[in-house]
Design a protein. Structure first.
Length: 237
């Protein structure tokens, strides 16, 4: 049985929403029906409940790929079938705006954890098409603009390199975040489904080479929209 998630098989639903922030896990749990806490070990809070009559779980991963790797590996041991990340990202694409929603089609592994798994293999971890197609249709029905594009998963939040954003942008990457490449890799390796939906919480490396953050109030409002969007996707899967 898992070492860090103190649970047994059946405690988690086949679909698990993955969030870095334990506060976000608690927030989502309050939207679910019949929600109960199934894990609180190491503050990796996990909840299982129902949405639209279907069983679903939400699980904290912590920040960064090393922590997320432990959590996702153990969820795979517990027979979870589908992983959907709900998180934030820094927009670097020239068309990116604060509070945009990004659906990560693929995630370039600029993190050490995914690279350790890959052993130098040139693999681009990718999302599951059926989830992305459902997301596209749901966005159209809700009149929500969603950017379907490639992101980069990184280890360093406060990257000091002056060419950091320019180099990633030159590759066609629209946003940076810290967990998706690992989640996608483990899902790809294990024949699981995965997708990652991200809210642009800051614009990185604009024309004046600045980082512009949204307010906490606007971030909370944008996250509510993203959570509701993902739950509607789940309802249709």
């Amino acid at each position: 049985m898992p070492i860090h998630l103190k649970v047994k098989k059946g405690d988690y639903a086949p679909t698990v929403l993955l969030v870095g922030d334990p506060g976000r896990a608690d927030k989502i749990s309050k939207v679910l029906q019949k929600s109960k806490l199934v894990n609180d070990n190491r503050a990796l809070f996990g909840y299982t409940g129902e949405y639209a009559g279907k069983k679903i779980s939400v699980q904290t991963t912590g920040m960064g790929c090393p922590s997320a790797a432990i959590v996702v590996e153990e969820l795979i041991q517990l027979d979870v079938k589908r992983f959907i990340r709900i998180g934030t990202c820094g927009g670097i694409g020239k068309a990116m705006k604060p509070l945009d929603i990004v659906a990560a089609v693929a995630a370039a592994p600029f993190d050490g954890t995914t690279q350790t798994y890959l052993k130098g293999a040139p693999h681009a971890p990718y999302a599951t098409f059926s989830i992305l197609k459902t997301a596209y249709d749901t966005a159209k029905s809700l009149a929500i603009d969603v950017c379907f594009s490639g992101v980069a998963s990184v280890d360093v939040f406060y990257n000091p390199s002056p060419d950091y954003v320019k180099d990633l942008r030159s590759l066609g990457i629209t946003a940076v975040e810290m967990e998706t490449s690992l989640i996608y890799y483990l899902a790809n390796r294990s024949s699981k489904e995965a997708a990652s939906f991200l809210l642009v919480s800051d614009i990185v490396g604009g024309d004046e080479h600045f980082t512009k953050y949204v307010t906490e109030k606007d971030l909370a409002k944008g996250m509510d929209t993203l959570i509701n969007f993902v739950l509607e996707i789940f309802k249709k899967l």
